[in-house]
Design a protein around this ligand. Structure first.
Ligand code: ADP
Ligand code: MG
Length: 600
């Protein structure tokens, strides 16, 4: 080992905090290497066991307890989310405690963040033992689709483990680094395909001015190797006339462990026997497995095509397709990726080690032991605030390159209003209520007539993907700040994929709703003004004009009642047109009042 531990520069390690496996690496003499534990394993299962007296075991020894004792696994996707947004299947081994939730164990239970902290503490210990020095800083990777609070939770888990998290890095960007994709040169576009134990993630990147830029990301937070283990187990159970559902927990562990062995062997052999002692044998061919995989391959293909669409790219535009994640080793997965992108994918880096290697390279850059490479990420979903009529007003669109900032001016909706509520939203839907609320706060301002107060709202996303929202009352210069990264999310469904597909599915309804709300806002302004003006000027109008105005007014109220978007839009336009004469009278009256005032 080189002299990194005791040289002038402080050690920064790179950690792949995976759903099923984690790894830690560092740059040594210019090369990114993974650090192995005392048994020689460089991959550590992301599993935590807690004893009755609070003792903790992490990794292989925790896995060996599965089945007889509760072992926490797959906790990554639970971080930074609320109990209410978990799906039923995710709730099975977590218990709600007030606002947060705890993963049940033999001891007192851990929060998802605490469990992740234990895994990170283990990675820190492995690194310290190998490097023979204290390690206090780390780069930690997260999936590209992790939203702000999930990134913030990952950072807090690192801090709980005694690590200063100097950078949160997107996994595809780490993969691109480990494959050295920067060598492809200017304007090269590449795809990073990541199929791990529990998640699937595909990203398209482009080299611009010597830096990586993420063009689009897509994926599925509930698709990975674990699904294949279940499919194989259930296939075998059927052949052996065993009811999978009624098997005891320890049996499930045994069957799934065997399924995993068979799955791994089928990556290099054509036929493998699934064997449960005293139950029976099931011969399984690669063709059998491919058949079980088919529905999963279809979902994978959908994600890849969506990423291409989002980035407005064709398969032929790509200079390279790299595959990471342990499940990329499956031949059928590789074949499908080749078919989708119409080019031979690169699997030359060990797929389950590539992310950690990339994290190590980024750590090396930050520690000053590797030349500078600037990394750019994108926002997985649009960010904005709710405006009048319950509409979503986007400030930072989806797939914007970060770090970034954007601002807009807003005003008061009512006379004498003393404050404005700012609701920070994330999502792709036109109506505020269909998006996820990341937090809210009140901005006080000097009471003014309707539309007179000015509040500037600015969104800022730093290099770690953490969002800060600033609101400024222009009259007083007073600022109100909201750190969204540390605020609990209140979302119904934390799934980017679902959000995006719903925004497509409901595009027509959403557009209609927006047209209706906007027309209604205008109608609500126009109607009272028309009433007041009519009272004053009714006698000065021709019978014809009066008739036109009242019938236009009635069709506006009717259209609001019947929720008819296009009807309302047209009726408002007609009313606007019909009251032109009335408005002229009003202006005349107002200016003469102004003159008489100024003569005072
Ligand atoms: P994660 O990022 O989700 O923690 P990894 O990238 O480490 O996951 O991949 C773990 C998954 O890869 C597991 O489901 C494991 O069974 C699978 N895997 C590892 N090696 C092979 C192989 N040779 N063939 C098929 N699947 C494999
Ligand atoms: Mg992974």
């Amino acid at each position: 080992m080189g002299d990194i531990g005791n040289s002038m520069s402080e050690v920064i390690v790179g950690i792949d905090l995976g759903t099923t496996q984690s790894a830690v690496g560092v740059v040594d003499s210019g090369f990114p290497i993974l650090l192995a534990d005392e048994e020689g394993h460089s991959l550590t299962p992301s599993a935590v066991w807690q004893g009755k007296n609070g003792e903790i075991e992490v990794g292989h020894s925790a896995v060996r307890r599965a089945g007889t004792q509760t072992v926490i696994t797959s906790v990554k996707g639970l971080m930074g989310r609320r109990f209410s947004e978990l799906q039923d299947s995710e709730k099975t081994y977590v218990t709600k405690i007030d606002t947060g939730f705890t993963v049940t164990t033999e001891g007192d239970g851990l929060t998802p963040e605490e469990a992740s902290a234990e895994i990170l503490r283990k990675m820190k210990q492995i690194a310290e033992a190998r490097l023979e020095t204290e390690v206090n800083k780390a780069v930690i990777t997260v999936p590209a689709y992790f939203h702000d609070s999930q990134r913030a939770a990952t950072k807090r888990a690192g801090e709980l483990a005694g690590l200063e998290v100097v950078r949160i890095l997107s996994e595809p960007t780490a993969a691109a680094l480990s494959y050295g994709l920067d060598r492809l040169g200017e304007a090269a576009k590449v795809a990073v395909f990541d199929l791990g134990g529990g998640t699937f993630d595909v990203s398209l990147l482009e080299m611009r001015d010597g830096v990586f830029e993420v063009l689009s990301t897509s994926g599925d937070t509930r698709l990975g190797g674990d699904d294949f283990d279940h499919a194989i187990s259930q296939f075998a159970a059927k052949q052996l006339d065993t009811d999978w559902e009624t098997l005891a927990p320890l049996e499930h562990v045994r069957w799934l462990t065997e399924a995993r062995r068979v799955k791994h062997a089928l990556s290099s052999e054509d036929e493998v026997t699934f064997r449960i002692p005293f139950v029976g044998d099931v011969p399984m061919s690669r063709a059998d497995f491919d058949q079980l995989l088919e529905p999963f391959l279809g979902r994978m293909e959908g994600g890849c095509r969506r990423a291409l669409l989002d980035a407005d790219l064709k398969e032929g535009d790509l200079k390279a397709v790299v595959m990471v994640g342990g499940s990329s080793r499956i031949p059928a997965v590789k074949e499908r990726v080749q078919k989708i992108f119409q080019r031979e994918p690169d699997l030359s880096q060990h797929p389950d080690e590539a992310i950690a290697r990339g994290a190590a390279i980024q750590a090396g850059v930050l520690a000053g032991v590797v030349r500078e490479i600037l990394l750019l990420d994108v926002t997985p979903l649009s960010l904005g605030i709710e405006t009048m009529g319950g509409l979503m007003n986007v400030l930072i669109p989806r797939n914007s390159t970060i770090p970034c900032k954007a601002g807009e001016m807003f005003t008061n909706a009512a006379d004498g209003q003393e404050s404005m509520k700012v609701r920070v939203l994330q999502g792709e839907r036109e109506l505020a209520r269909d998006n996820w609320e990341l937090g809210d706060f009140r901005v006080p301002f000097t009471p003014e007539r309707r539309g007179q107060a000015r509040v500037g709202v600015e969104f800022r996303i730093d290099a770690d993907g953490l969002l800060t929202v600033l609101a400024r009352d222009v009259a007083t210069g007073a600022d109100t700040l909201l750190e969204v990264g540390s605020t609990a999310v209140d979302v119904a469904e934390a799934q980017v994929e679902k959000m995006v597909s719903e925004s497509v599915k409901f595009a027509f309804e959403d557009m209609n709703a927006r047209v209706f709300e906007e027309a209604k806002l205008k109608a609500n302004e126009l109607l009272p003004a028309v009433e007041i003006a009519l009272e004053q000027f009714q006698h000065e109008l021709s019978q014809e004009d009066l008739q036109a105005i009242t019938s236009a007014r009635d069709s506006v109220t009717d259209a609001i009642k019947s929720q008819d978007a296009t009807g309302l839009k047209n009726a408002v336009e007609t009313l606007d047109h019909a009251t032109e004469g009335l408005a002229a009278l009003l202006v005349e009256k107002a200016s003469s009042a102004l003159f008489s005032n100024s003569q005072d």
